[in-house]
Design a protein around this ligand. Structure first.
Ligand SMILES: O=P(O)(O)O[C@H]1O[C@H](CO)[C@@H](O)[C@H]1O
Ligand SMILES: [Mn+2]
Ligand SMILES: [Mn+2]
Length: 390
């Protein structure tokens, strides 16, 4: 075992340019990183640049440490579940079901209304904040529930924390999850979207969001690590994304800053295995909201936290910073964008630094982890980069 602890941090939606499939996903030209950089007159992220991020899109050459490369998604998707599953070795060939064109079919809605005892309003593809402005007041006045979707494979239900109530929202989502287990309705996630506020313009979504995700259909590198008695710590949304599978410990985060603080606190803990973190604010607060200035700020704050993290690393620690898909905040629409993702790898034990060739799957990350911990014999997807980290 070369590294005793591997910290993998997913900067949710931090894409680095279109991949060969982007056109098929109607995302030609998308580039989350570069377009934030260009639209905001630069990006002050010295730590990410030191790790080689700027080399990947040729905007900065101040790399001093670690190895940087770009990875392509091998799965037929651009969403959070498939992205994370692929990072941990699982390929998704069948595109996840979506209902963006006409909303959910009447039979599904009828079943949901019958079993919850509540009428459905909305039932269309929408941005979560826009649909609250449109229908939040009606939901509060009538007790009906706002159901909406997006280009992700999701069924989302909004509920006002004061009038609808959190428990009731979770109950309705559990019913929705059961109903959508039917093969033709099997969305990747049902998501409870609680919010507070009384009227249009004042609604704010809270951190009590809850995701009811499908189980990964097969074992991932996480399961294999757990089976071999390694520690597998999930921070932020990791638990939801893997339905708790393959984890030995879970921490939920209030924000991406909080997620980095939780991750950093594990530097002081003597574990052996993987600490796997998802930082969702980049995607949920800025990418989907098409807010490049907010995205820039979040990145710059993250960069400072990353510097502190690196300062606390030991020689037998490996850091991997990556992403699960793109979400270019300057692109049209409000959905994810199919992109390459950065993969930045660093350990204080490295003698050299540089750029590595692009990889054909996000699973290069999982395979690197698998080789490090001696579980690569299971033929995971992807190619280990361990021998390139010199
Ligand atoms: O617009 P909001 O509600 O943030 O939705 C976003 O969040 C959901 C899950 O990531 C996806 O449906 C995506 O579109
Ligand atoms: Mn994501
Ligand atoms: Mn998203």
């Amino acid at each position: 075992m070369r590294y005793r602890r591997i910290f993998t941090i997913v900067v949710d939606s931090f894409g680095i340019g279109q991949d060969p499939e982007a056109e098929r996903f109607k995302d030609a030209g998308a580039n989350t990183f570069l377009h934030i950089y260009q639209s905001q007159q630069g990006l002050d992220v010295p730590t990410l640049y030191a790790l080689g991020l700027g080399q990947l899109d040729h905007v900065d050459r101040t790399q001093t440490m670690g190895y940087a490369c770009r990875l392509q998604e091998a799965s037929n998707a651009k969403d959070t579940l498939t992205g994370h599953w692929e990072i941990m070795g699982l390929l998704t060939t069948q595109a996840p079901i979506t209902f963006t064109e006409h909303g959910f079919p009447p039979e599904l809605i009828h079943e949901l209304e019958k079993q919850t005892g509540r009428k459905v309003i909305g039932n269309k593809a929408a941005s979560g904040t826009a649909i609250l402005d449109e229908l939040g007041e009606e939901e509060i006045a009538t007790g009906h529930m706002i159901v909406y979707t997006s280009a992700d494979s999701v069924l989302q239900i909004c509920g006002n924390e004061d009038t609808f109530g959190l428990d009731e929202l979770y109950r309705c989502c559990e019913i929705a999850r059961q109903i959508t287990m039917k093969p033709e309705w099997r969305v990747g996630r049902v998501i409870a979207r609680p919010y507070v506020g009384k009227k249009r313009g004042e609604f704010v979504r809270t951190a009590n969001r809850r995701d009811y995700a499908l189980q990964p259909p097969q074992d991932t590198v996480l399961d294999a690590l757990k089976e071999d008695h390694y520690d597998v710590i999930g921070i932020g949304k990791i638990h939801d994304i893997f339905s708790g599978r393959g984890l030995t410990q879970t921490l939920h985060s209030e924000s991406s800053v909080h997620g980095m603080e939780q991750t950093t606190s594990f530097l002081d803990i003597d574990f052996t295995g993987l600490c796997f973190t998802n930082l969702v604010d980049f995607d949920a607060k800025w990418g989907h909201r098409r807010n490049p200035a907010g995205y820039k700020n979040e990145l710059e704050t993250f960069d400072k936290k990353l510097k502190q993290f690196i300062e606390g690393m030991r020689n037998d620690d490996l850091l991997i910073v990556c992403a699960d898909h793109g979400n270019d905040p300057t692109y049209s629409g409000t959905d994810h964008t199919r992109e390459l993702v950065p993969c930045l790898m660093y350990s204080p034990d490295m003698k050299k630094s540089g750029v590595l060739p692009d990889g054909r799957s996000f699973a290069d990350i999982g395979q690197t982890i698998a080789e490090n911990f001696g579980i690569a014999d299971r033929h995971w997807l992807g190619r280990s980069r361990l021998s390139e980290l010199i």
